[in-house]
Design a protein around this ligand. Structure first.
Ligand code: C2O
Ligand code: CU
Length: 573
């Protein structure tokens, strides 16, 4: 008896000295329909006794978890008390482009931004983070990120754990690079410090019952290969955009930057034991950031990537220490969840092709930029115009040597296939990020509904924040082509265009204010070819444009009036 106790004591001491365990920080919650978010500079002790410069929301690091109900009209006041201009994006949520918080919707230091929208999303785990072009990595890495939990009736009817901080926990998993003064280095390929909810070496007391975890990979670049110690089974119940049709029994789940997964772990009968949530990164294929080799060819180098103990080896993410059951515990994994209905492939209006390519070939390509369709992000350019209510297949081919997590705003999509093969069950739910492996083609289907004709575009981009900041991002707008009369502004000038769509071979553009009339106009195809060009000699306030010879379709009209230039989409029927 004595011997056993002594042995236990030595064992405990050894364990403690190997991994000091810090209690997991659990972000506060805000709920209701009015949310106040103050973006602020701060200092935070990742390492006790040392102040690290950070950014946070309503605090020094990370932000509160926003709990929203489907159907609610929410009013969010974002107050930028940072010294930097930034934006806040509601990642995964279906909101209008003007409310989406992309790079065009900047909040200057000292300014506020007040998006208001109806929560249309399914119950699930979303998140918010800054999205200023070329500064996203800095603002996220310094600490601005928070969870959004959406609840709905469908989810409420299921016997799932949902008491925040008791049997339902958010886990924001991130890696960062600290310098010798313990300051965060951005950008960096040397992110060797792992943290969950800003807690290094975290531990969490959990009850001996079924517990729900909302996993977010909030890292700048790193992919995790989630598993449990001892290869125990866990159950995935949700993907990026809501619950799956049924719980999936898994031992591994890959999670790329930006992706979320909700999982259940059954701790029933395990009181007194500990379980580690791990990343089995040794099993990641080459060509994934987080594997031993970041390129598919092992001779390809990424500056700063080596040596790093996290690359290509298995490591702990968090320790769960299992305690007593709560009252009314959930003790069963449900047999089924919600109905998931992907868009049928036959319903697609078009297939759009995207290609990822490196800036330059050769062994050094991982240190360069990456392009989408040969293009790099330009704040002034709208790359795709998508008709409202279009159902589209996007076929994405990655011709580079590293996997890129592709993210699109506005929509949730369904993955059709990877290199022609249907995706694993864990990728058959609603998604807004998909890791496109090196030399792979991924196809997904989605529909662009509800929001159109906003003054700013939506984004699509690689969610490796280093790549995104380097321009691996394009924009798109959704256009409602059924409007009959169209008012549009270019600076102070107001134009009226009708009818749109054009049904009888001609249409009229009027300039309804100011002294300068229309001086010229041009018509372009969606691919950018100029189809018509006309200079109007007498600066007409009203011009009639004949398009009877032009095939039906969607076009851009560019109107010049003095200094004002404006571009508008027109549909010729
Ligand atoms: Cu999570 Cu466009 O971003
Ligand atoms: Cu990328």
């Amino acid at each position: 008896m004595k011997k056993t106790k002594l042995f236990t004591l030595i064992f405990l001491l050894a364990t403690v000295s190997l991994t000091a365990q810090n209690p997991l920080i659990i972000p506060d919650t805000l709920s209701g329909t009015e949310f106040n978010l103050n973006l602020q500079n701060g200092t935070f002790q990742f390492y006790s006794g040392t102040n690290t410069t950070t950014m946070g929301v309503n605090g020094d690091i990370l932000g509160p978890t926003l709990i929203m109900n489907q159907g609610d009209f929410v009013d969010i006041m974002v107050d930028n008390q940072l010294a930097d201009t930034t934006t806040i994006h509601w990642h995964g949520m279906h909101v209008s482009a003007a409310n989406d918080g992309g790079p065009h919707t900047i909040i200057l230091p000292g300014d506020t931004w007040n998006p208001k929208f109806t929560v249309m999303d399914k119950a699930g785990t979303y998140w918010y983070h800054p999205h200023l072009h070329m500064q996203t990595n800095k603002h996220v890495s310094l600490g601005i990120a928070g969870f959004i939990i959406v609840r709905d009736d469908e989810e409420a009817a299921l016997d799932l754990p949902r008491t925040y901080g008791v049997d339902d926990f958010p886990l924001a998993i991130q890696t960062k690079d600290f310098d010798d003064q313990k300051q965060i280095v951005v950008p960096s390929n040397s992110d060797d410090v792992l943290m969950v909810n800003a807690t290094i070496d975290p531990a969490l007391d959990v009850p001996a019952q079924v517990v729900r975890f909302r996993l977010l990979n909030g890292s700048s670049q790193r992919v995790f290969n989630i598993g449990l110690s001892g290869n125990s089974t866990f159950y995935q119940i949700g993907s990026d955009g809501g619950l799956l049709s049924e719980p999936l029994a898994l031992t591994r789940l890959q999670l790329a930057p930006g992706e979320r997964a909700e999982i259940l772990i059954d701790f029933d009968g395990m009181e007194g034991q500990s379980v580690q949530l791990m990343s089995y990164a040794a099993e990641l294929a080459d060509g994934i950031y987080g594997a031993k080799y970041p390129g598919i060819m092992q001779f390809m180098v990424l500056n700063g990537y080596d040596p790093n103990p996290l690359n290509g080896s298995n490591f702990d993410i968090i320790t769960f220490n299992i305690g007593a059951q709560t009252g009314n515990p959930v003790t069963n994994i449900p047999a089924s969840l919600v109905e998931v209905t992907p868009y049928p492939e036959e319903s697609a209006d078009i297939t759009r092709t995207l290609t990822f390519s490196p800036e330059f070939m050769g062994p050094d390509q991982l240190n360069g930029r990456f392009f989408i369709n040969g293009l790099t992000f330009d704040m002034e350019v709208i790359n795709f115009t998508i008709p409202l209510n279009n159902t589209e297949i996007w076929s994405i081919t990655n011709q580079s040597a590293i996997a890129h997590p592709f993210h699109i705003h506005d929509v949730q999509f369904f993955v059709l296939d990877r290199n022609g093969v249907p995706p694993p069950a864990s990728e058959q739910g609603r998604k807004d990020v998909i890791l496109v492996n090196a030399q792979e083609t991924v196809r997904f289907i989605t529909k662009f509904e509800d929001f159109a004709n906003d003054p700013v575009p939506y984004m699509m981009h690689c969610h490796m924040l280093v790549h995104e900041d380097d321009g691996m991002m394009l924009s798109f707008e959704v256009v409602d082509t059924t409007t009959g009369i169209d008012d549009f502004n270019a600076g102070d000038d107001v134009f009226v265009l009708f009818p749109n769509p054009i049904t009888d071979g001609s249409f009229t553009v009027e300039k309804s204010n100011g002294s300068t009339g229309i001086t010229s106009y041009e018509l372009y195809s969606l691919t950018g070819n100029r189809i018509l060009q006309k200079t109007v000699s007498d600066q007409n306030p009203e011009i009639k444009i004949n398009v009877s010879d032009i095939p039906s379709g969607l076009y851009f009209l560019k109107v010049y009036a003095g200094k004002a230039i404006h571009t508008r989409k027109v549909v010729i029927n």
